[in-house]
Design a binder for this molecule. Structure first.
Ligand SMILES: [Zn+2]
Ligand SMILES: [Zn+2]
Length: 155
């Protein structure tokens, strides 16, 4: 299904089970001209990317451990925001992870994975970050060739 909204083409996701996910997805091409470029530290090829501003506060978001595609659901933010202490936060993140749909590649979304280079699959995740820093990371990074799945609470 293709919908034109304000000149931006939005593709609604069909591969996932509709009962699991009621959002849409975006790709880097949708974000031009607000995209940037950087070289992959592994293969040195240029990668076009986009990231959410701090104002949007898109936490918690989860990258697929296999392909690096990313998912963010507004209802997860509300649940994370209202967590008291690290124990409750970890409990809530575990429950969210169990609820998330499987990635279209067959992989699973995790809090530890990062976006991946479209050329060499290099994982950009910072493995040294504290759990709560990762859970409250407001910036989603979307790389070329990847998808960002978004589900807002009113959808
Ligand atoms: Zn690379
Ligand atoms: Zn995947």
């Amino acid at each position: 299904m293709l919908l034109a909204t304000g000149g931006v083409i939005v593709l609604f996701y069909q591969e996932m089970n509709p009962s699991q996910f009621k959002g849409k997805y975006e790709v880097v091409e949708d974000k031009r001209p607000s995209t940037h470029h950087r070289d992959c530290p592994s293969c040195t090829k240029s990668i076009e990317y986009w990231w959410t501003s701090g104002m949007s506060e898109c936490y918690p978001h989860f990258y697929c451990g296999d392909c690096g595609e990313v998912i963010w659901r507004e209802k997860d933010k509300i649940r994370t925001f209202t967590s008291h202490g690290e124990g409750e936060l970890k409990h809530n993140i575990r429950e969210i992870l169990a609820e998330l749909p499987t990635c279209r590649c067959g992989g699973h979304y995790t809090l530890e994975a990062g976006p991946r280079c479209p050329h060499c699959r290099f994982d950009f995740a910072d493995k040294n970050r504290a759990f709560s820093d990762r859970a409250y990371d407001p910036h989603i990074i979307l790389l070329q060739g990847s998808r960002l799945y978004i589900e807002n609470k009113n959808r």
